[in-house]
Design a protein around this ligand. Structure first.
Ligand code: AMP
Length: 283
């Protein structure tokens, strides 16, 4: 496995891969790798792609400096996981290389409009513009045929799809299902900050999604179930909603078909996200 941190070397290597006829896949991550990230690598390997996995904790997408400082950084572990999962090239650019002007913001940014103002974006202003900007730069450096994102960050996946569509980028965005622990908790690098008790409370997120999925009735009934389940477990509710799976706009009670339930909450100061498909109306 190759390890690259220099941006020129990164671009040159990706160019060489493409010229040799390889299909290059990019798996963008912030490190502290777990089975959720590994699933993205496997999905890419299954399609025969040469996998470049990037690890970059992008400070511009954090609005809370405490959250940024607490974000786990585990380079040795990441190296071992990348090797074991068959990553072909691990790219770990430095902050200085990616954003030479940091802490000043980079003047050129990608702005994603209303989609970026919903849900996570309402709670973290500017977050998705920063995500879109870094993702666009990672795409520019790699020139991947495909980029793999987890449905775990459902809104981020929708943002990546919108950027590719709106800017006509020549990359296929592939979404991969949420990977969960046996107890249902969606894997996240942030889970390691939960105590045992916090972890039990955090299970309310996946439980809420299962209850809402298994219930019948319109979107408003499902929303109420989501909220009730989080509140029962003393999870501080960030938001709950049942939305159109593409636009992420809330479903009204007349809607029928496949929708997406989104939940976000805080347990022990740790922000947790989860989501799942469900069918509304006509069941
Ligand atoms: P992160 O390192 O948290 O920024 O995540 C990097 C990529 O891995 C994103 O596309 C995430 O959606 C994806 N990812 C993180 N956790 C999971 C999970 N539990 N299941 C599937 N994908 C995940």
């Amino acid at each position: 496995m190759l390890k690259i941190s220099d941006l020129d070397e990164w671009r040159t290597y990706a160019n060489q891969l493409r010229s040799s006829g390889a299909t290059v896949a990019l798996v963008p991550t912030m490190g502290a790798l777990h089975e959720g990230h590994v699933a993205l690598v496997r999905a890419a390997k299954d399609r025969g792609d040469v996998v470049m996995l990037s690890v970059f904790v992008n400070p511009l997408q954090f609005d809370d400096s405490g959250d940024l400082e607490r974000y786990p950084r585990t380079p040795e572990h990441d190296l071992a996981v990348a090797l074991a999962s068959g990553v072909d090239c691990l790219v770990e650019p430095s902050l200085g290389a990616m954003w030479p002007r940091y802490p000043a913001p980079t003047p050129t940014t990608v702005s994603v409009g209303p989609l970026g103002a919903l849900f996570e974006g309402a709670q973290r202003p500017g977050h998705f513009d920063a995500v879109a900007t870094v993702v666009t730069k990672l795409f520019a450096l790699t020139g991947p045929s495909r980029a793999y994102f987890g449905e775990k960050d459902y809104q981020q996946l929708a943002v990546a799809r919108q950027v590719v569509r709106d800017l006509a980028l020549d990359v296929e965005v592939v979404g991969c299902a949420v990977v969960r622990d046996d107890d249902g908790l969606a894997l996240s690098s942030r889970n390691r900050r939960l105590s045992g008790e916090g972890r039990s409370r955090a299970l309310a997120l996946s439980r809420a999604l299962t209850r809402a999925r298994d219930a019948t009735g319109p979107a408003s009934t499902r929303r109420a179930l989501l909220r009730e389940t989080l509140e029962e477990s003393d999870v501080e509710v960030g938001y709950v909603d049942v939305v159109d799976p593409v636009t992420l706009l809330p479903c009204d009670d007349g809607a029928s078909g496949v929708a997406r339930a989104l939940v976000a909450g805080v347990v022990e100061g740790v922000r947790l996200l989860d989501n799942a498909p469900l069918t509304v109306g006509g069941r």
